[in-house]
Write a protein that binds this ligand. Structure first.
Ligand SMILES: [Zn+2]
Ligand SMILES: [Zn+2]
Length: 171
C-alpha cells in the first residue's frame, strides 16, 4: 500500500504525481482535471484549490541561465522500494492468471480447430460422394439418351422403303 489516496477517484493513487501544493493524485485523474479546466495557464488543485501552472514556457525564449529554475509543476512521485516490490508482485500475480487464462483459451481453440477439421473432412466426403453420384447420373442419362435415339431412329426396313419412294418420285 502506498497509502496515498487520490482526492479525485478516492482510490490509491495510480502513477502518482505531485503538484507544488504537495497534493498527490493519479496521473490520469490529474490530466482529466486539467482537461476540464477553463484556464490554459493555471489550474486549481483538486484537493486544496491552490493554483498550479499547467503551461510550460518555451525554453527557446527563456535565457539559458533561468532554465534550471523552470520545471514542470507536475512531478512524478516515486513510491518506496517496498511499494515497488509489492506492485511487481501484484503485476506478477496478474500476469500469472492472465497466462493461465490464455492457456485455457488456446486449449479451447485447439479443441474447436479439431472439431472444424472433422467437420471439414465430413463435408469433403459428402462432396466427393455427391460428385460421384452426379457422374453416375450423367452416365445413366447418356445411356438412356442413346437408347431413346436408337428407338427413334428409322429401322433398316423403313430406310429401304424411303429409298424406294424417293426413286419412284424421282422418275
Ligand atoms: Zn485518481
Ligand atoms: Zn493541493
Amino acid at each position: 500500500m502506498s497509502g496515498t489516496t487520490c482526492a479525485i477517484c478516492l482510490e490509491d493513487a495510480k502513477s502518482p504525481v505531485s503538484i507544488p501544493c504537495g497534493h498527490i493524485h493519479c496521473e490520469k485523474c490529474l490530466i482529466q482535471c486539467v482537461e476540464a479546466c477553463d484556464d490554459a495557464v493555471e489550474c486549481p488543485c483538486p484537493t486544496c484549490r491552490a493554483l498550479f501552472m499547467i503551461a510550460t514556457p518555451d525554453l527557446r525564449f527563456v535565457p539559458a541561465k533561468y532554465h534550471p529554475f523552470i520545471q514542470s509543476s507536475v512531478r512524478r512521485v516515486y513510491p518506496s522500494p517496498s511499494d515497488v516490490v509489492q506492485a511487481l508482485e501484484e503485476r506478477n500475480e496478474t500476469l500469472r492468471s492472465d497466462n493461465s487464462a490464455l492457456k485455457d483459451k488456446i486449449k479451447n481453440f485447439k479443441a474447436r480447430n479439431d472439431h472444424l477439421q472433422r467437420d471439414k473432412q465430413r463435408l469433403m466426403d459428402t462432396c466427393e460422394a455427391t460428385q460421384a453420384a452426379v457422374a453416375n447420373y450423367r452416365e445413366m442419362e447418356r445411356q438412356l439418351r442413346d437408347e431413346i435415339d436408337l428407338s427413334q431412329a428409322p429401322t433398316t426396313d423403313e430406310l429401304d422403303f424411303a429409298q424406294v419412294n424417293q426413286e419412284r418420285h424421282g422418275r
